[in-house]
Design a protein around this ligand. Structure first.
Ligand code: KG4
Ligand code: ZN
Length: 341
């Protein structure tokens, strides 16, 4: 079975061709064009500009993904597209293009929730997760913990009450004068510094699985205001450590509390090597033999391979014309639970 995936939820335009054989799901092509360097000039994403860049990139990116895969549109078994959440202007480009291709090539259309797609990057290749598993999603707009009890059966455990982990990285980077996206920049700077500044670990001891990162950003801003001469590499290291501490503590507690020995991590912040290393150490120390699944960094940040991967486990919609981009889809939405994944 061969699926073309299309992802345009934010500032990346991506198309990928994936094949499912008896050896699992393999990537044949995964093309990503990003307008992030353009957005970086303005310190963040301007939605109108991101949408315009999507329009310019979508056809060449789809063409390239097919060419690299060696297949044509006629060879596909289905087309998968991100339906939401994301920026409405960006989402519309992918959704409307996918609808047209589905009608012209007469291929079934499979809408995919971008957040579910992130988790499904873990189902590409070998050594895939088994159920039940705890899922941590850490992206620019989301920080969520869920428990997957089986396909189509997941429960939302908690999520951020304000800023997402990636948003916290991005906002702190801006304070430090670093470009967008801030996560990789803070990480790079942190390598030259040490965790010496005292910063809060918001909600680390709360008895739920909610998160809050806006206070951490404010604390970092206050430290900088008090002492503008402070070591920026040390502040970067302290910010990174504080975010990672909270994510590791809550994820491991969720696995212990629910007696689950598989953890899957997804989203752009999962590309953070400190988070990967610290989670591995924490998981190794658990009594229950626990397996940690984190995709390679290029499959953590936005890409269409993860969207196609999720689509292998979903049904197409009956009428492609009725598909609407939905910028507000979430994991907490219970409507989503039974019908998809
Ligand atoms: O999943 P993603 O590519 O897009 C969204 O769906 O939001 O995540 C983007 C977020 C940004 O906030 C970016 O700063 C963060 O992921 N990020 C990182 C790293 N790479 C990307 N954060 C920390 N360390 C990284 N290496
Ligand atoms: Zn994403």
């Amino acid at each position: 079975m061969i699926i073309l995936g299309i992802e345009t939820s934010c500032d990346e335009t991506s198309a990928a061709v994936l094949e499912q054989t008896k050896n699992g799901i393999q990537i044949l092509s995964n093309i990503v064009a990003s307008s992030a360097p353009l957005q970086a000039k303005y310190g963040g994403i301007i939605p109108e500009q991101a949408a315009r860049e999507q329009i310019k990139a979508i056809i060449p990116v789809i063409q390239e993904s097919l060419q690299v895969s060696g297949y044509s549109g006629q060879d596909l078994d289905a087309i998968a597209v991100t339906e939401g959440p994301g920026l409405i202007g960006s989402l519309l480009v992918g959704v409307e293009t996918a609808k047209v291709l589905s009608l012209v090539w007469k291929k079934p259309l499979i809408p995919v929730n971008h957040l579910i797609g992130h988790f499904y990057a873990n189902w590409i290749g070998e050594n895939i997760p088994t159920f039940p598993c705890i899922g941590l999603l850490v992206s620019g707009g989301h920080t969520d913990l869920v428990i997957f009890r089986g396909r189509g059966k997941y429960e939302y455990l908690g999520g951020t009450r304000d800023d997402a982990a990636g948003e916290c990285f991005d906002k702190c980077a801006r304070l430090l004068g670093l470009p967008y996206p801030g996560g990789p920049e803070i990480s790079k700077l942190a390598e030259k510094g040490q965790d010496v500044y005292k910063l809060p670990r918001p909600m680390i001891d709360s008895r739920d699985f909610d998160f809050s990162f806006s206070g951490l950003k404010t604390a970092a801003a206050n430290l900088l205001k008090e002492n503008s001469e402070m070591s920026k590499p040390n502040l970067a290291a302290s910010i990174e450590k504080a975010i990672v501490d909270v994510l590791v503590a809550k994820t491991v507690t969720a696995a212990q509390k629910h007696n689950v020995n598989q953890i899957i991590v997804a989203g752009g912040v999962a590309a953070n090597q400190k988070l990967v290393d610290r989670l591995q150490v924490a998981v190794d120390s658990l009594q229950l033999k626990t397996k940690l699944h984190i995709p390679p960094a290029n499959l953590c940040t936005d890409n269409a391979a993860m969207i196609a991967a999720a689509a292998f486990f979903q049904k197409p919609i009956k009428n492609p014309l009725i598909l609407q981009a939905d910028p507000n889809l979430s994991l907490a939405s219970l409507d989503y639970q039974a019908s998809k994944l």
